[in-house]
Ligand binder design. Structure first.
Ligand code: NAP
Ligand code: G4F
Length: 324
């Protein structure tokens, strides 16, 4: 059985990737950081099939020891301070976790076993103020937040270890991907969760920032499959993963609210606290290379994605479940 080591296993993508790899017969080792209260809600249904181990992207020794002990074949680096808005308030922490954390992990692999295959969770936020539409692997980067800057560092250090040490290091440049397990602070989940609460009479207001920005939103379950496909290639490379469709925040609102026969204009209040110092106005990816080389394509449409998230939030709220 191959062994996979996942950082960020408690997050949205970590939970879907762990499910995916377990189904393929992998032994899955997930790194979690110590917290005063458990936050395993996204992986509680598979927890007995995982090996959860303690470590932190800020702590080099923990990474080296964990790799020495578990000797994985594949490492998926999903851990990051991943919320763009927070990165202005905590730029140094974001740099430590999201940028330098990648080097710590790559160096740990180089020391313990340079044959380990490595996946880096790069981001369409690197394109920022876009220089080309749609964005491809060759589109120049122009990040617009400390998070985006940190991800550019993570991307290039991954390329650098590939070129310097001939290691199997791959960077997946993933566009926004969502699911019922998306954090409540991200705009899609914030919208679907509030729309469901409004439908159930639990609130009558949704406070948002910029409604004009456009994103290429796909389904997280599809995107973790792409991560695995990338590490099965003989030659490591960089891949854009996207749907090639773009929609505005306002369109997402319209889709979610109209699905429940609600008019979003009656409930949404624009609030300056959710505006960003610098915005990424338009993201839309070109996944042609992933289609050709990996045989990857998305299976969930924009409308299906919105509806499956709304349905899940309605169900959770009706059942009194703690939101994921
Ligand atoms: P997420 O839900 O925010 O999960 C982030 C994970 O990183 C959590 O498990 C978190 O642990 C962990 N983490 C944070 N700081 C850490 C540290 N210092 N040491 C160890 N673990 C740490 O993010 P996601 O949406 O699953 O995204 C996964 C990765 O893909 C991230 O790197 C993100 O930046 C990147 N990405 C995401 C998207 C997207 O649209 N979702 C698009 C492109 C790239 P806790 O649970 O303890 O906080
Ligand atoms: O949902 P968001 O916070 O996602 P954002 O900034 O695009 O970042 C996500 O996708 C990246 C990939 O491109 C990942 F790398 C990153 O880790 C993360 O997963 O915001 C989307 C858009 C922004 O333009 C934001 O200004 O929605 C706008 N927005 C408007 N009102 C809001 C709000 N965003 C949030 N989070 N909350 C609001 O109230």
């Amino acid at each position: 059985m191959p062994t996979a080591f996942i950082t960020g296993i408690t997050g949205q993508d970590g939970s879907y990737l762990a499910e995916f790899l377990l189904e393929r017969g992998y032994d899955v080792v997930g790194m979690v950081r110590r917290t005063s209260t458990l936050n395993f809600h996204r992986i509680s249904h598979i927890q007995d099939r995982l090996k959860l181990v303690s470590g932190d992207m800020l702590d080099q020794i923990s990474l080296i020891h964990l790799l020495e002990e578990h000797r994985p074949d594949e490492v998926y680096n999903l851990a990051a301070q991943s919320f763009v808005q927070t990165s202005w308030g905590q730029p140094v922490f974001t740099g430590e976790a999201t940028a330098l954390g990648v080097t710590r992990l790559l160096d740990a692999i180089r020391l313990v076993d340079p044959q380990i295959r490595f996946y880096q969770a790069s981001s369409s936020e690197m394109f920022g103020k876009v220089r080309e539409v749609p964005q491809r692997e060759t589109t120049p980067f122009h990040p617009r937040s400390p998070y985006g800057v940190a991800k550019v560092y993570g991307h290039w250090i991954t390329v650098n270890y590939r070129e310097s040490y001939d290691m199997h290091c791959t960077s997946g440049i993933l566009f926004n991907h969502e699911s019922p397990r998306r954090g409540l602070e991200f705009v899609t989940r914030k919208i679907t969760h509030h729309a469901a609460m409004i439908k159930l009479g639990m609130t009558d207001e949704l406070r948002l920032g910029n409604l004009d920005s456009r994103r290429d939103w796909g389904f997280a379950g599809d995107y973790v499959r792409a991560m695995w496909l990338m590490l099965q290639q003989d030659i490591p490379d960089d891949f854009v993963i996207a749907t090639s469709e773009t929609h505005s925040v306002e369109e997402f609102l319209g889709e979610a609210f109209s699905y429940m026969d609600l008019d979003w204009k009656e409930y949404v209040v624009q609030d300056p606290q959710f505006m960003r110092p610098a915005e990424v106005d338009l993201l839309v990816g070109d996944p042609t290379k992933a289609g050709k080389k990996l045989g990857w394509e998305p299976t969930v449409t924009f409308r299906q994605l919105v509806r499956l998230m709304v349905d899940s939030d309605l169900r959770m709220l009706r059942n009194g479940e703690t939101p994921m």
